[in-house]
Design a protein around this ligand. Structure first.
Ligand code: IFM
Length: 455
């Protein structure tokens, strides 16, 4: 087989597929700050951070990196890195402050300026419509458990694409519906902090429906490339005992297949086999959800080892540490296993075959303990994580998987949800007192990788 890759140098340098596009990602709530400015409405994450004890260090995401006022610096970083595209989040509550109804001109103008700056810098804007920050009035009406929320997202998609659609041609609809459904509505570790267990499943369907409705609207506004991005993990049983294997199958269904199958095959997996309730589908829903995305977004961080649930557990599985793996700043449940990414990607290809459109790795990266302020962070651990995972993508491509784009999470350090500022994922260090951005050694390293991949 011809090797279409570049070997940069030994050690931490991956062999890079020629022609792959490079991106880095952020999300609105995690970087913008300015929560009370520009006519922005309130979201479930404002409610979450204002709940005493909900966020580890009591951080409120404001000012955080302060990108609402400093976005030119982020655009400059994206340009210096040599990115083809920048994946950023649009805040629903800046565009439609109450979640429905009146559109906020200041919000439209803010993202318009950001898009213009990116285009001027030669970086393609690739926004995400919904990255977890649901307007609070919609949560008060039932949030993602309420089917109506999907239509409200459609309305918001029409407002923002009507304004940016002349310049923005590439869109993510929804980020990680699994995390919103499972952690937001089932167990409550993320906003809106509900604990519905399997009663949370409608939140999965309504987000997927919102994806389908938004895709239609965005295409009508001239979009050339639209898709969603799912969080995927490679699920492995702790042992080959029938109990562990069954638990792993159940977790694989809940984390991966409930979100991938409907988009790629137009059907949910057999939920009844696990004793789970059916999804609240209505005629036409599955056609909308599976209406041929232009790409399939994959956010990947780690594999998951699963054991049989202990007696009395409300869940049919138990997530356990992966033996023998190094871990990131998040500890033992975030093992570093790059080859699991290759296996996950080839598994998607094997499971979905021709139904799988080109894959975009929409997030991949790691947090490590790093000082709050520093001249230059020498993050060799991050370089090694990224090198291993870029190599894993190259290996999947060599095995015949069509991966078109690789995105690092994240361009800059930012607010890591319930973990506050305790986890830094950035290629760029952010001093949260001054907002100053300082590229880490991994930034310079990735710059070189990108440059060499084009020669
Ligand atoms: O920071 C998050 C991001 O918002 C969604 N995907 C996972 C990242 C790291 O936890």
């Amino acid at each position: 087989m011809t090797d279409h890759s570049t070997d940069i140098s030994p050690g931490t340098q991956p062999r890079i597929p020629h022609g792959i596009r490079w991106s880095a990602a952020t999300a609105a709530f995690q970087i913008e700050g300015a929560r009370d400015q520009g006519g922005r409405g309130r979201t479930i994450w404002d409610d979450f951070v204002d709940t005493p004890g909900a966020v580890i260090d009591g951080a409120t995401a404001d000012p955080g990196p302060g990108s609402y006022h400093r976005f030119h610096e982020d655009v400059d970083l994206a340009k210096r890195l040599g990115l083809d595209r920048y994946r950023f989040g649009i805040s629903w509550a800046r565009i439609v402050p109450d979640g429905s109804g009146t559109v906020n001109r200041q919000g439209l103008d803010y993202y318009s300026r950001l898009v213009d700056a990116l285009i001027e810098a030669g970086v393609t804007p690739f926004p995400t419509l919904y990255h977890w920050d649901l307007p609070s009035p919609l949560e008060a009406a039932g949030g993602w458990l309420n089917r109506d929320t999907a239509y409200r997202l459609e309305e918001y998609a029409a407002a923002i694409s009507g304004h940016l659609g002349d310049r923005v041609k590439h869109w993510y609809t929804i980020n990680e519906p699994a995390m919103t459904a499972l952690e937001g509505y089932a167990i409550g570790t993320l906003a809106p902090a509900r604990q519905e267990l399997f009663g949370a499943l409608p939140a999965a369907h309504h987000q997927l429906l919102a994806h389908g409705l938004a895709m239609r609207v965005l295409r009508e506004a001239g979009a050339e490339q639209v898709g969603l991005t799912n969080n995927h993990t490679l699920v492995r049983p702790q042992s080959d005992s029938p109990e562990d294997m069954m638990a792993a199958g159940a977790y694989n269904m809940i984390h991966n297949r409930v979100f991938a199958d409907p988009v790629l095959t137009g059907q949910y997996p057999e939920l009844a086999a696990l004793g789970l309730p059916e999804m609240p589908t209505q005629p036409g829903d599955m056609e909308l959800i599976s209406a041929g995305p232009d790409f399939y977004g994959v956010n990947y961080y780690n594999p998951t080892t699963v054991a049989a649930a202990p007696e009395g557990s409300p869940l049919p599985f138990d997530l356990v540490p992966t033996p023998g793996a190094e871990t990131t700043g998040f500890g033992e449940m975030w093992p570093i296993v790059p080859e699991a990414l290759t296996a996950m990607l080839t598994g998607l290809r094997d499971d979905y075959g021709d139904a799988l459109p080109p894959i975009i790795i929409a997030e991949n990266g790691a947090s490590f303990p790093e000082p709050d302020r520093a001249a230059k962070i020498d993050d060799t651990n991050r370089i090694s994580y990224l090198a291993g995972h870029i190599q894993a993508v190259a290996n999947a491509i060599a095995a015949g998987v069509n991966v078109e784009e690789y995105t690092v999470w994240s361009l800059i350090d930012n607010f890591e949800w319930a973990a506050g500022y305790t986890q830094r994922f950035g290629l760029t260090h952010v001093d949260y007192e001054t907002g100053e951005r300082t590229p880490k050694v991994s930034f310079d390293w990735l710059c070189g990788v990108i440059e060499r991949s084009r020669t």
